[in-house]
Write a protein that binds this ligand. Structure first.
Ligand SMILES: CC(C)(COP(=O)(O)OP(=O)(O)OC[C@H]1O[C@@H](n2cnc3c(N)ncnc32)[C@H](O)[C@@H]1OP(=O)(O)O)[C@@H](O)C(=O)NCCC(=O)NCCS
Length: 147
């Protein structure tokens, strides 16, 4: 399977949302797919398409003023997992973030998302739990990696 990774547009993310459960299962993360992020950070939001132009994975990210490449969301379609696409999306994001001056990467996940923790560790991230990252009683796993 040949996949092509390119900058994502609003319509790409709308297509992902129409297929939301194939990326996130029973979790409803539709509210986190802020189209304004795609509008304003188009070169660090990415989509992967197969030969039939079907979307197989995507990443929404941006570079902060302190030069952190922050990955807000990354997901690969349920039938594409374990094929290296998540790693390839991160690699493409790293290239785009470096071009904007990023010197480190950061991402967040819920403390129950063991797959995400294993995935980020495989990519060389350090993981630590921040107890009130999202407010009182809302811990998150914070991933970080120098570039
Ligand atoms: C997390 C996710 C993006 C990984 O994507 P993927 O395309 O399956 O990842 P890859 O095939 O590129 O795997 C890269 C590495 O991570 C490891 N990995 C990926 N998912 C893993 C899992 N669930 N458990 C253990 N290791 C995992 C792979 O073994 C691989 O390691 P290696 O390269 O050392 O052999 C995908 O599982 C997903 O979309 N999950 C649902 C959405 C989600 O939770 N996103 C992350 C939170 S923002």
């Amino acid at each position: 399977m040949t996949l092509r990774i390119a900058p994502a547009g609003v319509t790409d993310i709308q297509q992902v949302l129409a297929d939301h459960s194939r990326y996130w299962g029973a979790r409803d993360l539709r509210g986190l797919h802020l189209l304004a992020l795609v509008q304003e950070f188009g070169s660090t939001c990415l989509v992967a398409r197969d030969e039939k132009e079907e979307i197989r994975g995507y990443l929404i990210g941006f570079v902060t003023p302190d030069r952190t490449g922050y990955v807000h969301l990354i997901a690969t379609r349920d039938d594409t997992r374990g094929t290296g696409l998540g790693r390839a999306l991160y690699s493409a994001f790293t290239d785009a973030a470096r071009r904007q001056g990023a010197v480190r990467l950061k991402a967040i996940t819920s403390v129950t998302n063991e797959g995400s923790v294993a995935f980020h560790r495989s990519l060389g991230f350090e993981a630590r739990i921040e107890k009130e990252y999202d407010g009182p009683g809302e811990p998150r796993v914070v991933f970080s990696r120098a570039l």
